[in-house]
Design a protein around this ligand. Structure first.
Ligand code: G3H
Length: 333
């Protein structure tokens, strides 16, 4: 570990004070604006194809980016066979995601993940396990992942999740409202979900792999932000197509335009299938390029990921020791 590397890591993670960003209150539904939205699919795909080339990360900064990525993970388990034991172990990992010897070699103080994300039934276990850590519990509510349970039950699930300690609620939108271009219905649904959350922050999962076109992704992003979403999120992780770079560019540019238009910053959460450290760094450089450093903090960016942390750990270990002790032999490029 060179002095230059240590300094890069410290510079990257230093000065991350708590920022109290005003929450997006939403706006009236502007149907003309929604109708006028275009998505230049071929331009977006061309831009996505250049990633991560243009801003590849220098070796001495890789550890810094990887540590930053860890602080931005919603460490997730969303399996039908989840148990209290698995969730407790996940929470312990969220509180100590990096081995002490690696932190020491990098000259870093302890860090934590951004949050832990679980099903409603696992909230009490996660809340108990994370007590005193400052790590919030995020819950997927509203009949995740399909979101097709009765509307009043989806609202009740949100309210119950908040009541028992979830500080963040990841809701799933009704994809049919997008596919039928029923923007008023999507807006009303999202507003009702936001109201049910109260003070808890709400992340709107668009399930982009089921929305058909990037234009629909752009329109759904705008409608959810107009209805007061704190974050927009790509996927549940259960669709056949989850987070992709073209979808991310579309959503990130909607966030940028919404900020320019209203002054409110909405967060972004790519989720589903992001399991490699290299991909995490690509996403972070994309955010830096398109939205700027302000979005590289946990209040405005999260990865929804169940297995990303393991690969980042392997890459950090390699960075510090020069070798892999685990199965992954593919260094970050
Ligand atoms: O919201 C989080 C996703 O369900 C995580 O998906 P993943 O298991 O593919 O990382």
């Amino acid at each position: 570990m060179t002095a230059k590397t240590t300094s890069a890591v410290e510079t990257s993670l230093a000065h991350l004070p708590q920022v109290h960003e005003p929450r997006n209150p939403g706006t009236a539904l502007d149907l003309d604006r929604i109708a006028s939205l275009q998505a230049n699919t071929s331009a977006i795909e061309r831009r996505a194809a250049t990633l991560p080339g243009r801003r590849s990360v220098k070796k001495e900064y890789q550890a810094a980016w990887l540590l930053r990525a860890i602080t931005l993970i919603d460490l997730t388990t969303l399996s039908g066979d989840d148990t209290e034991g698995r969730v407790s172990r996940l929470c312990a990992k969220a509180a100590h995601p990096v081995r002490d010897d690696i932190l020491k070699a990098l000259g870093m103080d302890p860090i934590t993940t951004g949050a832990v994300c679980v099903y409603h039934e696992m909230i009490p276990t996660a809340v108990a396990a994370l007590q005193g850590t400052g790590i919030p519990v995020a819950a997927v509510s509203t009949g995740f992942p399909a979101g097709l349970s009765p509307f009043h039950l989806r609202l009740a699930e949100i309210e119950e999740s908040v009541k028992i300690g979830a500080k963040e609620i990841d809701i799933v939108i009704s994809r049919r409202h997008v596919l039928t271009q029923n923007w008023q219905a999507l807006y009303d649904e999202m507003k009702a979900f936001r109201a049910a959350c109260g003070e808890a922050h709400i992340k709107a999962i668009l399930a982009t792999g089921e929305l058909g076109t990037l234009r629909n992704v752009a329109r759904a992003s705008w409608v959810c932000m107009m209805a007061g979403a704190d974050f927009i999120k790509t996927s549940t992780g259960k669709e056949s197509v989850n987070a992709t770079l073209p979808v991310s560019l579309t959503m990130i540019r909607a966030i940028r335009a919404y900020h320019e238009s209203t002054g409110y910053r909405v967060g972004y959460k790519p989720a589903g299938g992001i399991s490699k450290a290299k991909d995490a760094v690509t996403y972070l450089t994309l955010i830096k390029d398109e939205l700027g450093d302000r979005w590289l903090r946990p209040d405005l960016f999260r990865f929804g990921a169940s297995s990303l942390l393991g690969d980042i750990e392997r890459q950090l270990e390699h960075h510090v020791t020069g070798r892999y002790s685990a199965a992954n032999r593919h260094p970050i490029g």
